[in-house]
Design a binder for this molecule. Structure first.
Ligand code: UD1
Ligand code: UDP
Length: 352
């Protein structure tokens, strides 16, 4: 039976996840793709719809940026209105952003069943806005699709065990799609940026803990300045603003560039000697691509990458970051993590 599914996306990693799931969903069902407008710059939004061949959003709520309450409130109002008009069989949300929270809240009050993809992730740090969003979304969801057994255990510890399934990570599906698309061609972006394979570091920083706290941000930037390898740093708009306020002059080997599209990002990641990041998605992509990762945080949700020996938590301490960039060497074993790259099809099967 064909179902009507309303999907909520709004932020960069959600467009990427939707690339895999929408493709599967639309083979058999009607999808109404709702973009909240949380991310709106072309390099943060449109570039992913174009590069990953995602159907354009059916609706864009254009909420834009704002405080958590203002932004989430505007989304809540817009999504409620759409749910009342469309009465979908399911509301689908991804991950842990304010768009996720608003979608889950709006649907729960209207008794529209909610499916949460990337359920059960926890940092156990309630100072993170994402932790609040994911805890609430999980507790409101009717079907919880997890990337790992750890996520299932996290949910069980909060008393959630019904309709919880492990499907793997839909980001691996997207990565495999992109690799097949890129084929064996040498990545053109390396030439464009004058980079050599295995001879540069890739950095991203955007978490509120690192961008809103100027001391932490300065420590991270000082570490970048103290390194002697080229660093390519696609800058999230939030970090761009924070860096300009941080009074830190970056040395010429630190190349700040605009955010890049997904295929370019995967090329940059796969060819880097090492990744430095506070991104959730990038920690996993570095792992899948066999690139060591230093996570610029004090905890991670993606604990399996650390346990496997390919990711390590370095926080924001300048000396620790510099020393670990020089010393970190993963062991040879590289177990498969987060499924087999067929998570999206499993999500759709379980919805059915
Ligand atoms: C959001 C998510 C975070 C996710 C990240 C992915 C929340 C609470 N946070 O963080 O979990 O990891 O997206 O990238 O939902 N801005 C622009 N142009 C844009 C988008 C944002 O200039 O297209 C600037 C604005 O100044 C805005 C700031 O970035 O205030 C932060 O954007 P926002 O969406 O609130 O949070 P992110 O840091 O992007
Ligand atoms: N990404 C991208 N271009 C960039 C930076 C990141 O395509 O300039 C991709 C990255 O490869 C990963 C996703 O965006 O797939 C991660 O998004 P982000 O770091 O914004 O959010 P998080 O995963 O931390 O929620």
């Amino acid at each position: 039976m064909q179902m009507k599914i309303m999907t909520i996306v709004g932020a960069r990693p959600q467009f990427i996840k939707a690339a895999a799931v929408s493709r599967e969903l639309r083979k058999r069902h009607q999808e109404i793709l709702v973009h909240t407008g949380q991310h709106y710059d072309y390099e943060m939004s449109g570039i992913f719809f174009d590069g990953l061949e995602i159907s354009p959003p059916d609706v864009n709520l254009n909420v834009g940026s704002g405080s958590h309450g203002t932004q989430t409130g505007a989304m809540l109002q817009g999504i409620e209105h759409l749910l009342l008009a469309e009465r979908p069989d399911w509301l689908l949300v991804y991950g842990d952003t304010n768009s996720t929270l608003a979608g889950a809240l709006a649907a729960s009050k209207l008794s529209v069943p909610i499916v949460h993809i990337e359920a059960g992730l926890r940092s156990f740090n309630r100072c993170m806005p994402e932790e609040i969003n994911r805890v609430v979304a999980d507790h409101l969801s009717n079907l919880l699709l997890c990337p790992s057994d750890t996520a299932v255990s996290n949910l069980a510890a909060e008393g959630i065990s019904r309709n919880v399934r492990v499907v793997g990570d839909v980001m691996l599906d997207v990565l495999n799609w992109a690799r097949a698309r890129a084929g064996a061609k040498p990545p053109e972006i390396l030439n464009r940026l004058g980079l050599k394979r295995n001879a540069y570091l890739l950095a991203t920083v955007h978490r509120s803990e690192n961008t809103d706290d100027l001391a932490r941000l300065s420590h991270i930037l000082n570490a970048f300045n103290s390194l002697d390898e080229p660093i390519v740093f696609p800058v999230h708009p939030r970090a761009r603003k924070a860096i300009s306020g941080a009074d830190c002059r970056l040395k010429p080997h630190v190349h700040l560039i605009d955010p890049v599209g997904y295929l370019d990002m995967i090329s940059l990641t796969g060819s880097a000697r090492l990744v430095l990041t506070d991104s959730g998605g990038l920690q996993k992509e570095a792992y899948w691509l066999g690139v060591p990762c230093l996570t610029l945080r004090d905890e991670t949700e993606w604990v399996e990458t650390v346990e496997a020996g390919w990711n390590t938590l370095v926080g924001s301490d300048t000396e620790r970051i510099v020393a670990t960039v020089h010393s970190f060497a993963p062991i040879n074993s590289h177990p498969a993590l987060y499924g087999d790259g067929r998570a999206a099809a499993r999500c759709v099967d379980l919805l059915e």
